[in-house]
Write a protein that binds this ligand. Structure first.
Ligand code: IPD
Ligand code: CA
Ligand code: CA
Length: 266
């Protein structure tokens, strides 16, 4: 890794996962937020540990998923010149159900652009990371790890049906244009799977900023193309749910967008 900042972010993600998250895997109790989604005391403890450690790398505030929305919005509006955006455990449902697939996602954002992105999977000790303009890597290996499928017909697609419009969801289920479909339950890692070309295309009907801020940089630095479902650039602000479309190559992204547009995606 040539950037010492990236090295420090990866080390921080790994140490928080080892010290705070993994000791409670299989024992953490589930709690419910007002919106019905899950969290555990471990999400809160991991967020606290990251709030304490990340400003030692770059001394800027930390916006975390588990903070009240009013605080997230205030931090966002006060910190255009730099802030951390974290998802302490992405894949909490997997975490509480004992499914070994979840990650720690960390982005450093300036003026609405992610400059550093790290997603760490503690189960496999895989660190995906990127610095803007310098490519993307998995534990030292340049991404992607394989050549993506040439055509949508041969693609392995990550499709998370959450918040996908009904017409589009029905078309995806009954007239799927790809070879095979997966949904792993951790958006941040799914972005990284596109970066690695483990997935060729990806669709999620509505992600929060911390779900995509790190992974979208890692994927695009690996050569992927992405946008919202309407073709506009991703909306980098907290407090809204952003529908994301990704292709591991520009041609796959175009083919995927064309199909989605023709089947209720716009
Ligand atoms: C969730 C996961 C999941 C996705 C949800 C996210 P969380 O994040 O990424 O795969 O479908 O939209 O909210 O709650 O586990 O951090
Ligand atoms: Ca998340
Ligand atoms: Ca989370």
């Amino acid at each position: 890794m040539n950037s010492s900042i990236l090295t420090q972010i990866v080390d921080t993600a790994r140490s928080v996962a080892r010290e705070v998250i993994m000791p409670q895997f299989l024992t953490a109790k589930r709690n419910q937020k007002d919106d019905g989604s899950l969290f555990t005391v471990v999400d809160l403890a991991a967020q606290e540990a990251l709030i304490e450690r990340l400003p030692r790398i770059i001394d800027r505030p930390v916006l975390g998923e588990e903070m009240p929305e009013s605080l997230q919005l205030r931090l966002w509006h006060e910190s255009d010149d730099g802030l951390w955006c974290i998802d302490p455990i992405d894949g909490t449902t997997n975490f509480v159900n004992g499914i070994p697939f979840f990650g720690v996602a960390i982005a450093y954002i300036e003026r609405g652009e992610t400059h550093y992105g790290v997603v760490y999977n503690p189960m496999t000790d895989e660190a995906f990371y990127a610095e803007r303009g310098s490519g993307a890597f998995l534990n030292g290996a340049a991404l992607p790890l394989r050549t993506p499928a040439k055509h949508l017909l041969d693609a392995v697609a990550g499709v998370d049906f959450k918040r996908i419009p009904k017409t589009l969801g029905d078309a995806l289920a009954t007239q799927s244009p790809f070879y095979s479909q997966r949904n792993f339950g951790s958006s941040a890692l799914e972005w990284c799977f596109v970066a690695a070309a483990r997935l060729d295309v990806y669709l999620h009907g509505g992600q929060m900023l911390w779900d995509f801020a790190a992974g979208s940089l890692i994927a695009t630095e690996a050569g992927a193309c992405c946008s919202m479902l309407d073709g506009e650039a991703l909306d980098m602000s907290p407090g809204r749910k952003t529908p994301v479309v990704v292709g591991a190559s520009t041609s796959l992204y175009r083919e995927w967008m064309d199909w989605l547009g023709a089947h209720g995606g716009r």
